[in-house]
Design a protein around this ligand. Sequence first.
Ligand code: GDP
Ligand code: IMO
Ligand code: MG
Length: 423
Amino acid sequence: MITVVLGTQWGDEGKGKVIDYLAEDVDIVARYQGGANAGHTVVVNGRQFIFHLVPSGILYPDKVCVIGNGVVIDPVSFLEEVSYLKDNGIDVEGRLFVAENAHITLPYHKLLDQIEDRFRGKGSLGTTGRGIGTTYADKFNRVGIRAVDFLDDDIFRNKLDIALELKNYLFREYYKEKMLNKDKIYEEYKEAREGMKGMVRNTSLYLHDEVEKGRHVLAEGAQGTFLDIDFGTYPYVTASNSISGGACTGLGVSPKKISRIIGVVKAYTTRVGMGPFPTELDGEEGDNLRKTGNEYGATTGRPRRCGWFDSVLVKFACMVNGIDELVMTKLDVLSGQEKIKIGVAYEFGGEIHNDYTFNSKVFSNCSVVYEEMAGWCDDIGRVKEYRHLPANAKKYIERIEQLIEVPISKISVGSSREQTISK
Ligand code: GDP
Ligand code: IMO
Ligand code: MG
């Protein structure tokens, strides 16, 4: 059986915390897309871990973790994570696998990502600069290098040759940058190739066999629904399918095996990087939310843009992902707000839009129709049972459930495992 856990907004919903919490009851945690652009935070016994590529279930010594074929892997970033875990007493030996057919991010991908985003000028996306879009572009352009290719001396050299031909032409002729040297890259990655050798395998076959044996797999999504390449706020999106459908192509598992889909949703909205954000709060209100929620990127440290909950977005996310239940995070951050707003529709050119729209003219320029609710002052970080939450907090949760027509099954009121309430 496979359960998918994914983000329903613009990423950073608290997927890492929720996946770590849910991982206790599963056998395998498998990441299905994205790359080292992700930053998934897990806090256990007061210690904080930020995962970029390693699945968020790794802290349990008996869980197997898989990085699926849909992920793009920066070997340097990956092995840094692995050695950080080892240094902190977490042994990954024999329980961390990488898909043979996952694509590898190399120095030219990162360089090109950063240069391209600069060259976009006014149209800059504010990417993480981790070479994500450029690695996926090579994959689709059929000049990518997969993990299995990376490990083979001859194939790696050959593919590097082909990939660098065009890249170096661009660097030299167009971007006026230094060219990259194939032999240097080959030498620089010797150690990384050695380090990854024991982990690379056919993970699609492995997952299939484990599911057949009755094991429970948790498929970990990165980013969020509105950063999805097809359904997000294009072009201000990432370069992969973060929606639930991405779990099938990103792990090589059949849709028939997916039995549950859980959405992670923040009690308000945040976004990093450029792009439209209808419920964004400018000025002091946004600053306060950022400060209280400590909203700074786990990967790049950039301040996250903050705003009110947008039920139009989350309703669409529930539809496109087929979400069965939601876990709401960071409700504690809203404590102390006198009034809390929920965006319930958009207004543009005298027309009301009750649904998410791909029309960027509407989505970028609309005003939001809000409902206003009374807030609560109590610190809720220690609340263990739903009935002990302040009445107004419960009203807020229940109003959101009504608006999006999907149950909120758990509420997170702090970053650690224990600060999770079942409803
Ligand atoms: P992800 O990318 O979806 O895994 O989310 P991030 O880890 O990038 O960002 C979520 C941040 O919120 C992290 O710093 C978490 O430790 C923190 N966090 C998660 N859940 C809660 C919560 O319920 N309350 C508070 N205050 N912080 C939380
Ligand atoms: P997690 O998994 C939030 C954003 C970047 C940028 C856009 C494209 O931690 O939720 P990219 O480097 O992917 O080409 O950048 O996507 N972005 C994220 N925002 N959380 C993430 O991951 C993100 N991964 C990418 O800021 O706007
Ligand atoms: Mg994050």
